[in-house]
Design a protein around this ligand. Sequence first.
Ligand code: DSN
Length: 411
Amino acid sequence: MERDNYDIPELIELEKKRQQETINLIPSENFVSRAVLEALGSCLVNKYAEGYPGKRYYQGNEVIDEIENLTIERAKKLFNTPHANVQPYSGSPANQAVYMACCSLGDTVMGMDLSAGGHLTHGSAVSFSGKYYASVFYGVAEETQRLDYEEIAKIAEKEKPRLIWCGATAYPRFFDWSEFNKIARSVGAYLAADISHYAGLVAGGAYPSPVDWVDIVTTTTHKTLRGPRGAIILVTDQGLQKDPDLAKKIQKSVFPGLQGGPHENAIAAIAVCLAEASTDEFKEYAKQVVINSAVLAEELKKNGFNLVSGGTDNHLILIDLRNKNILGKEAAVALEKAGIICNANSIPFDPNPPARPSAIRLGTPAVTTRGMKEAEMKVIAGLINSALEKEADLSAAKNEVLRLISRFPLK
Ligand code: DSN
């Protein structure tokens, strides 16, 4: 059959095969359970439920209200916060709602620079966050490639932001939430932690929780949390002390401020993933993600790779490829040919432009879900090394990848 004639079911099968037969090292991706998939593909997709439980703009929402209330309760319990909104369609809309709740257009906001590992929605000039707000940035120290809290405090003191973001998409170290708390309190700013990358690790006790230190927590639900595409906004006790109306403002910003009908099939799937993330088995998973990342990092170093900040505290590793004379994109393409999937990424103070960055970003959440442990991380480091050698035999590497991955089938 010509590929052009394939319809969606065949294409889904092809994508399933691709996922089955590759080693996925993209740190923001994962594999969900069958139960999550079933909730996502359920009849809940048929229902409109604009509004919130108990106050909908459509009839027929008795069951939907129970589903959304259950999801809210599970989110509050898992992360230990007094308030949760589970309606944001994904991470960017969730963060947008935080701006809408805390700021007026044009206010000064502060976040981690994209080039240092921050997210587009933390103030980048190309996103709404940099277009509608006056964004200022902190980065990492050039020498250590780690956050320099004294420097961040100085920037905050000078710029007096209304809102400070902590959290990142490409920072391999811990965030010291308590340091951010001191900085935000000293300038009277709202403090929001975007834990999209760490939520599963936080839930599983493998990464410190920001809940006691920040006013708002946002997270996507599809990364380490291993749920469907979606997001949650949590308001903490501290947030309610700072601003007793904060939860109400978040509610109004999500609906009717930014969104219409919530995706209740995704919300139900979030409820399923939150229940899964409350188990002892998930705690083991979260711990193993971090162990695997540490082992992969050490093995890569043994193979002569330079890692940003010298290693990792979490699920994510950035390889600075400059000593290997290969650009990030070239490396990611070569690895894909060998069956290893990752993405090109900038490094802090990257001498190359964002379109031709110097690094690749790797992570262990997805391979850990497949059941891989320390021994496999050592093999993967070796495979990465051989695939990035000059004139590497990428089809031989792909056979090795297939041999390894076939021992860890997707359920
Ligand atoms: N696209 C996500 C990531 O890969 O980190 C962030 O939104």
